[in-house]
Every structure is written in structure tokens, then in C-alpha cells.
Ligand binder design. Structure first.
Ligand SMILES: [Fe+2]
Ligand SMILES: [Fe+2]
Length: 680
């Protein structure tokens, strides 16, 4: 510290002659000019004692020349007569070390100078301590804020790769590090562990990196930390000696013309205190302007390009970063573990859903893979919507979560079919095969009964003939009757077989059945004991009267109830909030924009969610495209597309979505036979 004594000409008279001042002493008629000179010269802390009269002090105050930078400490000794009352009001009162009206002896002057300088020494020391405390407080505050921000940021990030990037970026920022890497401990199926170099980034240089694995042992710096759990803070990795427990491999530096110098390596411990990885930070930076208050966040932006930069701007990692990074690594480990667990739970859940859907669809070869294909089509439609930059969907975007939600809803959309008799789904004719077989057998029985009655009649006539009675006319009549009746029975049987087909004909099935009944009545359908034969049951009649398709109204209702069963089942799953729409989407996949769908018969864009409208198209497309439904052949692609367009025109499907489906050729993304499982 420089020390100065500034003496005014006027006060000189009160000082001992030939006095040997302990430091640089300047006497001047213009004390203000001397102070000015002090203000302008050099850097660093200066201590000064001003010796002047009370008048000069007043003038100095009035002129404002007494104001000095914070780095100049001063004390005032007032000499001579004329102490004014105003002095007690002086802002410089605290700096006044001594006031005297009598001349100084050499001893007195020495004493007062020493006292003034030592009080300034103490003030400088206290100021330094105060600054140090203030800086520590600021550092702690900064660290605390960094930790809170890091905790918040890490807890939000869901994507594992983004998480690694975030951990490294935040670690580098708070420590001012130029480069860094993240290593993850992996447990192999046999229980052995390895260390995976997961992610690396250098601020000053675009350096490539590739994931690789290495044995988990003490041979590398990262391995050493992962095995021992110790924090390493190395001022210069090139200064490591053979006696140090770790050695630095400089091949990367040589290859990429980089200079690793200071390094801090921190283990990441999870809640069980297991080490799950390592954060390695390289080259803590500081600018070379002497700015000691630069934070890590500010230093992070410094670019290292020349060898001089590495020499001057790279400093050892401050020891406070050890505890700070330990806390960061702890948070990072928890975030990584949470992320892993969430992924695992999600994977397990997804596999469970897929296994359940596969099991249900395996009941029926006709629908095998249907839900998977619908899920894939829905996903492709969502991605296509995300790519729309103008037009109807330009403002609609599906997040990754929303796409997952849609996929789950699609996978489970027909889950409720598990509650419904499979035979109804597989019903390809109006009567179940057994019912039809029974009906045909009853006709065969009727045929035989009628035939038998005629035979009995013939027998009776033969007996008459043996008695000499001419029965030839009766015989001819019976023969004609038999031919006619049996022929009609065969014809009715064939009519009913035709009626059993689900095809739409111009004949009204009810009309046909009524006529068949009338005819059967007239045919005298009695067994040999004279009992009427009920050829067609009420249930068969109801089924054969179906006008369109193969299902009667009760069966249709039964099938339609699958959406409600799906909804009830899916609603019981405790979905996380991001999947809360799954039950509603699944429930409404058979609703139609014109309100003719089920189960609610609702209409419009607000009541039917976009995802349900997307699923409706995927569902219809797959049903048309499927190659082996029991009740129909697969429809060629051109025909399928034209049916979808017709449905859109008739407001049965969302027209904008159908246009998107066709424009993006979504149908090409899913093979019509894909996702089929080993059904028999
Ligand atoms: Fe369905
Ligand atoms: Fe479906």
C-alpha cells in the first residue's frame, strides 16, 4: 500500500523543522492540487494523511475537492489557530485524527502520524474482510439460486437425452467450465458394471463425440471417481505425476488441438447412495482483466481459442464448486433415476397393454392386429398434422405426450369387445351355423314326413287295388301331389338358404318370410302322429328378416356396447394427467359428425374430440382394408379411398381429416396385414 503525507504551506509552520517523514511527504500551497495528484496516480489502495489548517479544510469542503475514490483512505490533522464552530458539522469529522493549535514536537508528530496510519491500516483490513464476507454471501446466494434453478429444470425434463444435455450445460454454466462429459454406470444382465461415455460438449470448440463403454475401474479419471466416490479437483491434468492415483490420457487433446487443464470430477449418487454416473468438467474460466467478481455463469461465455487463452484464462476450479457440484450431481442423479424409473414403468405398462390387446385380438383371426394398425395410423395422422404449415390444421400441434395418449387410446379402443360373445363378431350369416343347420334338418324332416305320408297313402291304395278296386286315378293324383309338395319344400328350403345370406336384395325379407309361412301352413306340415311341425322358430324368423348385414338389432346393440365396456375398463386405469383424455377418445371412436354414431349420437367438432375423429377414420380404413373379415372380402385401395370420401361427403367422417389422410397417403404407412399375431 502506498503511503502519502500532504502538507499545506500554512500548516508547515506548526511542524518541527528538519523532520524526517516516514513516507513520501509533499508540502504545497495548493492542498487541493496535491489531493488531485493523489487521485490520479496509479492503482491500488493508498493511505494519506492531510495536514492543513481549519480554514483550508473549510475551503476544501466547499470546493468538493476532498472527495476521493474508495481506494484512497485518509486522515486529517488540523493545525494552527481558528478552529471554527462549523468544524463540528463537517462531513469529514470522522477523518479528523487530531486538532492542535500549538506547534508539534517531533515526537508528537511521529505519534499522531503513526496513529493515523495504523487506524487506516485497520480500516483497510476491516474493509477487506467485509468485502470477503460480502463476496462469500453473494457466491452463496448465487449458488443457492443456481441449485434451485437446476432442481426445477431437471425435474421438468422428461426426455433422457435432453436431461443429460441439461445436466452438463447447467454444470458448466455454474462453474464457468469450458468442456464437460457425462458418464453413466450401466449394470449388465450378469450383474457386471461398465461405464458409458454418454454425452460431451465443449463450449469453445465444436468437437465430435461418440458414445462408448469402458470397464468400470480406476484406470481412467472418470472410472476412478465412479469406483471410489471421491471428488477430484485437479488444477492442471498435465501436472499429474506417476505417484498420483489417476493419470490423464492426452490423446483427445492431441487429436482435436485442445488443451485440458483444470478438471473437476464429481460422482452422481442416487437416493440409495449408489454411484450411477460421473460428471467431468474441464477448464474453469476467468477473464484476464482482474475481475475477481466474475461468476461461473459469466465466465462460461469466455471462448478459449489460442494457447495464450488456455494459459491465461483457465484457472483451477474454486474449491466451493466441489460442494456446489456435489449438490448438483445429487440432483442430477435423482433426475436420471426418476427418468429411468418413469421410462421403465411406461415401458412395462406399454408392454402390458400390448400383451392384453394381442391376447384379445388373438381370439379372432379376423381382427388380429387391428388395434395396432389403428394406433399406427392415428400416430401417422398426428405427425402429418404437426407438419401442416398452412390450411385447416396449421395451428394444431400434438406434443410427444399427446401422440402417446392417442396411441394408447387407439390400442385400447376395442378392448370392450372382450365382454362380448365372440360368435356375434364372427357371425357371417343371418343365422348362426348351428341354427341354420337345425333349420335345414327340420326341412329334411318335414320332407321325409311328407314323403312318408304319401307312401302310407300309396300303401292304402295298393291294399284297395288288391281287393280289385281301381285306384289308378287316385294313384296319379297322389303322385302329382307328392311331386308338387316335395318340390315346394325343396324350393322353400333353398329360398331360406338364400335369405340367410347377408347380401342386400330387392326382395323384402319380411315379405318373403310371410309368404314362406303361409305356404308352409298350406303344406299341412304334420308328422306321422298328426302333430304340426314348427319348421321356422320365432328367433329364426327374426334373424332371417334382417334387412342389411347379418346382425339383428339385439346383436347390433350388443356389439355397439363395446365402446361403453371399453370406456368403463379404461376409466379404471389411474392414468397420469397427460393421458387423461384416453377414456373419452376411446369412448367416442364410433361417433359420427352427423350425429348418427354411437353410443351418444353426438355431433360436431366440440363434442367429438379431434383424436376420436382421427381414430374413426383409422378404424373404418382398417376394417375396409383388412383382408380376412368373415363377412366381407377386403376392398381394393381405390375403392377404400372412394368410400372414405363418400363417408366424408355424407358427414359420417371428418372431411378435413379424410383429406389429410389421403393427401399424406397415410394408408401407405401401414401394411394391411401388419401386426398380425400367431392366430389360428
Ligand atoms: Fe370399435
Ligand atoms: Fe376398431
Amino acid at each position: 500500500m502506498e503511503k502519502h503525507i500532504l502538507i499545506s504551506e500554512k500548516s508547515k509552520a506548526g511542524l518541527p523543522a528538519h523532520y524526517n517523514f516516514p513516507c513520501d511527504a509533499t508540502a504545497s500551497a495548493d492542498i487541493a492540487a496535491s489531493i488531485n495528484a493523489l487521485r490520479g496516480s496509479g492503482h491500488g489502495v493508498k493511505l494519506a494523511v492531510l495536514i492543513l489548517t481549519a480554514d483550508e479544510l473549510s475551503r476544501l469542503e466547499a470546493s468538493g475537492e476532498h472527495r476521493l475514490p474508495d481506494s484512497v483512505y485518509f486522515r486529517i490533522i488540523i493545525t494552527g489557530a481558528g478552529i471554527h464552530e462549523s468544524l463540528s458539522e463537517s462531513p469529514l469529522l470522522a477523518n479528523v485524527a487530531h486538532v492542535t493549535s500549538s506547534p508539534f514536537s517531533a515526537a508528537e508528530l511521529s505519534f499522531h502520524l503513526k496513529k493515523a496510519f495504523s487506524s487506516m491500516d485497520l480500516e483497510v483490513k476491516l474493509a477487506a474482510e467485509r468485502n470477503a464476507y460480502q463476496n462469500t454471501l453473494l457466491d452463496m446466494k448465487q449458488d443457492q439460486e443456481d441449485l434451485i434453478n437446476i432442481g426445477r429444470a431437471l425435474s421438468i425434463e422428461k426426455d433422457p437425452d435432453h436431461l443429460f444435455r441439461l445436466i452438463l450445460m447447467l454444470s458448466k454454466k455454474i462453474t464457468g467450465a469450458d468442456a464437460g462429459s457425462i458418464y453413466i454406470v450401466e449394470v449388465l444382465p450378469d450383474g457386471a458394471k461398465q461405464l458409458r461415455f454418454k454425452y460431451s460438449h465443449t463450449f469453445s470448440k465444436e468437437l465430435p463425440y461418440e458414445e462408448f463403454v469402458m470397464p468400470l475401474n480406476r484406470n481412467s479419471i472418470a472410472g476412478y471417481v465412479a469406483v471410489t466416490g471421491m471428488i477430484l479437483n485437479i488444477p492442471d491434468v498435465y501436472m499429474l505425476s506417476k505417484s498420483d492415483p489417476v493419470a490423464f490420457n492426452s490423446s483427445f487433446d492431441r487429436e482435436h488441438n485442445y488443451r485440458s487443464k483444470s478438471m473437476i470430477v464429481i460422482p452422481m449418487r442416487n437416493h440409495l447412495d449408489d454411484i450411477i454416473g460421473v460428471i467431468q468438467l474441464i477448464n474453469s474460466k476467468e477473464d484476464d482483466s482482474g475481475n475477481s467478481r466474475m461468476t461461473g455463469n459469466e465466465a462460461f461465455e469466455i471462448v478459449l481459442s489460442t494457447p495464450q487463452d488456455f494459459e491465461r484464462k483457465v484457472v483451477p476450479f474454486a474449491s466451493r464448486y466441489e460442494s456446489l457440484m456435489e449438490a448438483v450431481a445429487g440432483q442430477a442423479a435423482i433426475a436420471i433415476e426418476n427418468n429411468r424409473m418413469m421410462k421403465q414403468i411406461q415401458m412395462q405398462f406399454e408392454e402390458f397393454v400390448k400383451a392384453s390387446v394381442t391376447a384379445i385380438e388373438s381370439r379372432d383371426a379376423a381382427t388380429s392386429g387391428h388395434s395396432f394398425r389403428v394406433a399406427e395410423i392415428c400416430k401417422q395422422m398426428a405427425l402429418a398434422i404437426n407438419g401442416e404449415e398452412d390450411g385447416f390444421f396449421k395451428d394444431v400441434r400434438f406434443s410427444d405426450m399427446a401422440i402417446k395418449e392417442l396411441e394408447y387410446a387407439a390400442l385400447l379402443h376395442d378392448f370392450g369387445k372382450v365382454y362380448i360373445d365372440l360368435a356375434i363378431f364372427q357371425k357371417s350369416k343371418k343365422l348362426f351355423p348351428k341354427e341354420f343347420e337345425n333349420l335345414m334338418m327340420r326341412f329334411d324332416y318335414l320332407y321325409r314326413c311328407v314323403e312318408l305320408r304319401f307312401l302310407m297313402e300309396e300303401n292304402r291304395l295298393l291294399q284297395k287295388a288288391r281287393g280289385g278296386i281301381d285306384v289308378s286315378a287316385d294313384f296319379d293324383k297322389i303322385n302329382a301331389d307328392r311331386t308338387s309338395r316335395l318340390g315346394r319344400i325343396r324350393e322353400i328350403k333353398s329360398t331360406l338358404a338364400t335369405l340367410n345370406e347377408p347380401t342386400v336384395t330387392n326382395n323384402d325379407p319380411e315379405d318373403v318370410i310371410r309368404k314362406v309361412h303361409e305356404e308352409l301352413d298350406s303344406l299341412d306340415c304334420f308328422d306321422p302322429d298328426g302333430h304340426r311341425i314348427p319348421v321356422i322358430t320365432d328367433s329364426e324368423r327374426m334373424n332371417l328378416e334382417i334387412r342389411r348385414g347379418s346382425l339383428n338389432p339385439l346383436e347390433r346393440k350388443e356389439i355397439e356396447s363395446h365402446v361403453v365396456h371399453t370406456y368403463n375398463f379404461v376409466s379404471r386405469i389411474p392414468w397420469p394427467p397427460e393421458y387423461r383424455n384416453i377414456p373419452e377418445i376411446a369412448l367416442k371412436h364410433h361417433e359420427k359428425p352427423d350425429g348418427t354414431g354411437y353410443p351418444g349420437g353426438i355431433s360436431g367438432e366440440t363434442d367429438i374430440p379431434l383424436q376420436a375423429r382421427m381414430m374413426a377414420i383409422a378404424d373404418v380404413y382398417d376394417a375396409l382394408a383388412a383382408t380376412d373379415r368373415p363377412y366381407k372380402k377386403s376392398v381394393p385401395l381405390e375403392k377404400t379411398i372412394s368410400i372414405l370420401e363418400d363417408e366424408a361427403r355424407n358427414n359420417k367422417l371428418d372431411a378435413e381429416l379424410v383429406r389429410l389422410f389421403i393427401r399424406h397417403r397415410i394408408y401407405e404407412s401401414v401394411d394391411r396385414d401388419s401386426f398380425k399375431t400367431g392366430v389360428v
